[in-house]
Design a protein around this ligand. Structure first.
Ligand code: SR1
Ligand code: MG
Length: 403
């Protein structure tokens, strides 16, 4: 067994050759480090002769996006591999297959999805994904329902929550999403042109109240096993297939945090359409496509969740109490809208932005996009506890865009 150290491309090949049945005997493998995320090394290992390939992901003991000054637990590799295996059981075909996990080296070997694209890039290239809402609503309904007190044994759930206790990764979220954007924090990062917007965030007491309530939910509401970082960079996609990757932030938290993350990232792309589309009419069309996808995502999620509740609900009184399911879903929608707003705000003024907006080269167009994103984010945060339907989210976005 090797002691932990960051692997070289050569070592990644040597480890791959020891893993039985992944490659033919004596294969001449190639290896490339392709990690472009914030935290990990990712090796693409392939055998040109057989056409087989795998991904080897290794956690670094610090946050790559900041450097060695920000230490980070290697246990997140265990959490990620165990979450992927569980998600694969609950939502077959919607996550990569895990071939191997090495605790000492903090690495997971998994299916290569190079025939897919990262959804964020796909959206920036104006692609459309007609099955996305169907797939992601299945993933969300299955993983959230069957890891919650509604859909599994409630004593086993407590033990599972213990296994997925993820304090260091949760702290990243607690700071970067639910605190730093609302004060003049060192970690914040924003264009000088929108300093007035940042200062407005720091001084908006009504907004702070909503963020504090959402933060409280993130800290205390162990509702279901979340993916924990479900942005469009954590989704590999083609028009036919969707694969959710990277659940290293997995922990027991409020369901709306995952649903809100997906919606937020579709909306971040929505704000940037004037840059990615070639003319105003196609930008408008694409924005409509994104809003339709959000409505379809929630509608399908709700339908699937209700069906699971009726057919597989394990909590007697939850199943029989009149009106409980409706109230549950209404509160879940409200959480979803609030968390979506928080996720948007952090990607504009906090640490770690999104390429959809940051890659806009024209500074005045980028500034306009950032202001729009903040307006939508703040409006959703302020809407959250009052919302009764997904249409209110859509109309809030449209109203913010019309100004
Ligand atoms: C220090 S990590 C910054 C961000 O990258 C991850 O994808 C999470 O979203 C985290 O907040
Ligand atoms: Mg990630």
């Amino acid at each position: 067994m090797s002691t932990y150290h960051p692997l070289t491309e050569r070592e990644a090949i040597e480890i791959s050759l020891t893993l039985k049945e992944l490659f033919p005997e004596g294969a001449e493998l190639t290896s490339r480090e392709i990690g472009d995320g914030n935290l990990n090394l990712v090796f693409h290992i392939s055998d040109p002769a057989s056409g087989r390939s795998i991904i080897m992901k290794q956690a670094l003991p610090y946050a790559k996006v900041v450097g060695e000054s920000w230490p980070l637990t290697l246990d997140r590799a265990r959490i990620e591999s165990e979450a992927l295996i569980l998600e694969g059981e609950l939502a077959p075909g919607l996550v990569p297959q895990v071939y191997h996990y090495d605790a000492e080296l903090a690495l997971t070997v998994m299916e290569d999805l190079s025939n897919h694209v990262i959804m964020r890039q796909g959206l920036m290239q104006n692609n459309r994904y007609p099955l996305f809402a169907e797939h992601i609503s299945t993933f969300l309904a299955q993983t959230l329902f069957f890891t919650s007190d509604l859909g599994m044994n409630q004593q086993e759930k407590k033990l599972r929550a213990r296994n997925f206790t993820n304090p260091e990764l949760c702290k990243i979220t607690e700071d970067l999403i639910f605190d730093d954007p609302y004060r003049d924090a060192d970690t914040n990062s924003f264009d000088e042109a929108i300093r007035d917007e940042a200062a407005a965030l720091w001084n908006d007491g009504a907004l702070h109240l909503e963020v504090a309530l959402l933060r409280e939910k993130f800290l205390t509401h162990a509702q279901a096993l979340l993916h924990g970082d479900l942005h469009t960079g954590s989704i590999f996609i083609t028009p036919q297939s969707t694969k959710i990757i990277d659940p290293e932030f997995a922990y027991y938290g409020p369901m709306g945090f995952d649903i809100g993350a997906v919606i937020a990232n579709l909306l971040l792309n929505y704000t940037s359409r004037d840059h990615w589309n070639s003319d105003a009419a196609s930008a408008h069309d694409y924005r409509t496509y994104l809003l339709d996808s959000i409505r379809e995502l929630w509608t399908k999620f709700e339908l699937k969740f209700r069906t699971l509740w009726t057919e597989h609900g394990s909590d007697r009184i939850a199943k029989s109490a009149p009106g409980y399911i409706d109230l549950y879903l209404q509160r879940l929608l409200q959480d979803t809208i609030g968390f979506a707003g928080c996720k948007i705000v952090r990607r504009v003024v906090g640490l770690a932005h999104v390429a959809d907006i940051d890659k806009i080269s024209d500074s005045s167009q980028r500034e306009h996009t950032q202001r729009l994103a903040l307006s939508i984010g703040k409006s959703l945060i302020k809407l959250n506890r009052r919302a009764k339907s997904i249409d209110e989210l859509i109309s809030t976005v449209q109203t913010a865009s019309a100004v």
